[in-house]
Ligand binder design. Sequence first.
Ligand code: SF4
Length: 328
Amino acid sequence: MSAPLLRVKDLQVHFPGPKGRLVRAVNGVSFTLKPGETLGLVGESGCGKSTLGRAILRLGDISAGAVDFDGIDVGGGDRDAILRLRLETAMIFQDPYNALNPRLSIGQAIAEVLRVHRKVPPARIAARVAELMQLVGLSPDLANRRPRALSGGQCQRAGIARALAIVPKLIVADECVAALDVSIQAQIINLLIELKARMNLALIFIAHDLGVVRRICDRVAVMYLGRIVEEGATEDVFGAPRHPYTRALMRAIPEIDPDRILPADPLGGEPPSPLDLPTGCAFHPRCADAMPVCRQEYPAQRFVAGCRVACHLYQDQTTHSEQERIHA
Ligand code: SF4
């Protein structure tokens, strides 16, 4: 078994909100990711998935917890460690137009990365730009076009080429197909699947489209109000979701079963706010299975059929820390 490329332990990202209140956007997240593995991060808007993705790449601040990338502590803010992270990780953003500098042609945008990170000698840059464009299915003839002269799908391919220019070990893709037409989405997903296999890329795939996550991800982590409430192999989580929130999410997504009617209010209750976390299990105000203990205690993560689940319904299962002790 290969060692994890990424270890995230008890990560917290808090920042000041309105009226002096604290926004607990990420509130104690732990997971590992192996080389070449794809982890889907799913959950409703505002659950903290984008903040988590940015914090892992140190594009945003960390309040507490640890992030180790390829055996190096990058969570502590050490300059050399962050530099190493920049050299081996990249992010693909949701809006392909805003992600690229409108004043640069896409060839210049890709060349800029090669030059800044000294990935190839200056004399090789033009040839490498053409290689990268071909790798993502773009004709090198488009190298002189600016983003606005390209389609959304072409721009997203250019964004992926830019991300690949550093030859990353890890990419965080944040809703990278959400802004594209369905047929273009499928092309970009196929491209990511192909590149992942060809380059042994680890990928954190942030998405609200569970159908896409099921297609591309080896594992899936379901987030609710800044915490992972269920995590496991994609087929295990999709095949038999254990956490009541995961079950509600699955019921709400028509792509999983196109014949199933989307309920009018699949989750029920008030929409969540990281400004006002309920006591105990944060899902209890919306949970049909809630018990008195759910209002008082946050549930420990327990192992249920190979998945990590944070829910009092599984109190008789081994906790995550017990499992870690068993395997120590
Ligand atoms: Fe529902 Fe309780 Fe489980 Fe939370 S801990 S999801 S409230 S049953």
